[in-house]
Design a protein around this ligand. Sequence first.
Ligand SMILES: Nc1ncnc2c1ncn2[C@@H]1O[C@H](COP(=O)(O)OP(=O)(O)OP(=O)(O)O)[C@@H](O)[C@H]1O
Length: 683
Amino acid sequence: MFRNTLFLNNTCRYWSTRTLFNTSRVFKLNNKVRFYSTKISQNNNKNQYQNNNNNDKSSFRDEAKRLFKLLKPEYRWISFAVFCLILQSTSSMFVPKLTGDLLDLSNKYILKKESNEESENTLNYTDSGRMKFELWGLSETQFFSVVGSVLVVGCLSNALRLIILRTTGERIIARLRTRLLNRIFEQDSKFWDKNKTGDILSRLNSDCVVVSRSLTNNISDGARSLFQGSVGIFMMLTISTELAGSIILFLTPAVVISRFLGKRAKTISKKVQEKIGEILKINEYQLNNQNLIRNYSAERVELVRYSDSIRNFYKASLKDVMNSALAQSTNQILGTTSLVACLLIGTNMVQQGHLTAGELSSFAMYAIYSASAFAGLFNFYNEINKGIGSYSRVIEIYDKKPSISPYKGTKDIHKVIEEYNMNNKDNSVPIVEFQDVKFSYPSRKEVTIFNHLDFKINKGENICIVGSSGKGKSSLLNLLFRSYDIENGTIKVYDEDIKNFSLRKYRRHVGVVPQEPPLISGTILENITYALTDSRNKKRRFTEQEIAVAVEKANCTDFIKSFPEGLNTKVSNKSGLSVGQKQRLALARQFLNNPDILFLDESTSALDGVSENIVVSNIQKRSSVEGKTTISIAHRKSTIKFASRIIVLGDDGKVAETGSYDELIAKKDSKLNDLLAHNMQNL
Ligand SMILES: Nc1ncnc2c1ncn2[C@@H]1O[C@H](COP(=O)(O)OP(=O)(O)OP(=O)(O)O)[C@@H](O)[C@H]1O
């Protein structure tokens, strides 16, 4: 069972947890930008562990508030971007006024040509006899210099705004992802029993992108729309209150419709993201199980499964598109109708002399600006709702309180070990003790795995746990690692209840080698020293000599030497090494790390006789010479007989018998004899 745990979970648990602690320090990009620290997260989120159902009930305002909190570290940059945007919008908003005034000026020239006398009083002439250009009290050169400068400032502000928003958006994504990933690392096995990697990937990737987009580009577009719309309406009101009033009247129904469609966008967007998650879930399974699919000729089945999920995604996206299209066309129809109405009323007013032609054209341009600003505001509302939808998926994980917190325990493991060593001079205090343990998996409560389970393991013992398949051998490791909590009883390590330890620190003291150890993508050396680096300066804690000794103890030297690049050979989880070689590398890592307690979960099952003998005798030496404890699960007689003591698990969730190999073999009716005769490999 244990070997079937998800890779992400595997990697976190198996390879000690040193690298995970790094996440609780500071995430930096280019050593400058701080993305995350546990402290910030913990302080900011005192009430973070809320019931997820609350999310559904919370109002738009609460959800938006929480979403906008993400902007807190970026408010300076966002304010600067908004300032740039105001500069840019101001420069563009002054174009309609400019156009109208230029139009009226040219009208005056036309009038002058038609009636020389009247114009002579209002227009001056240059020395060359041309009519003098004078607008807003500026000469021609002054006027065009001012206009040119304003437009250049507008362009530069726009470029600056784009750069700021892009970089801010990337920082928000990075911060969101690292915080979320850290929270994912905090989750316990119960979480991994329920959640699939594909869905989590979609939350880490596309949901975070949607959230960031809704907060950066969207906020900027929304602010621009708000600014443009306000200035547009103000200018329209200045030009003609009557005309402006009629336009606002036309636009009122559009506001109501947009609000309704915006709310729908939130639900639809959440659905779309869920469907993306489902696709990724299937993809993840299919890409990780290529061999299985090929061997079972399941390509067709998998294609159908994939296309079904794509179809579901397509249906959800279609709803999204329809919603957006409906909103856009409604806006367009109402916008165009109000513009036509404005022109009709406006032309009438020009004919009656209440408005000049230039004023009407300025008004029409401001109306178009305001209409597009209104569409922009709708889009802003839509995108914010999408952002809220995606953020609620991110928060769903972020708010999840692990039932076993990795930080909760208060006992300092180092002090506990010190005390244990002081009190254990005569080796009478067990290093591992299960007292009256009752346990069933949370996802299958009705099946009791252990009931009144009692056993003790002393320091320096080399214990072998045996039992028929499904009796709970790997589950013992789950409990020792505190991946799950027990229902009754106590598990003590170093004579202290493991519930009192801070889990991350505690787990560093228990090494584990699973039956199919996962490899990280990197060199053989990186795999052996994975997470065994000094987290501060990233330097390896071990010398080359120490690494060579560990490699030798796990009988890896020959096969590593047979690769042209030796320790620097690149390997990955999917290719590059046989199961036996992977097991030996994982064993080498543990020989190097040399934890006080080492748990081997059928980790020599794929080794040949020679390798197995070498490994087993080195494990024996670990116990007899160094006084380190080893607990192995094994099915092979060749491994079992080297153990200093054997614990046999019975059918009733208890220990059936315990004793040395010779003692148990000598008893004719022993459970071990029974197992060896029927179940186990008599190799
Ligand atoms: N995450 C889980 N959720 C629910 N039940 C589980 C889980 N993991 C294991 N089990 C069940 O717990 C029981 C014990 O499993 P475990 O893997 O500990 O047995 P085992 O003795 O190691 O078996 P094997 O020798 O075949 O590896 C099995 O019935 C298994 O189906």
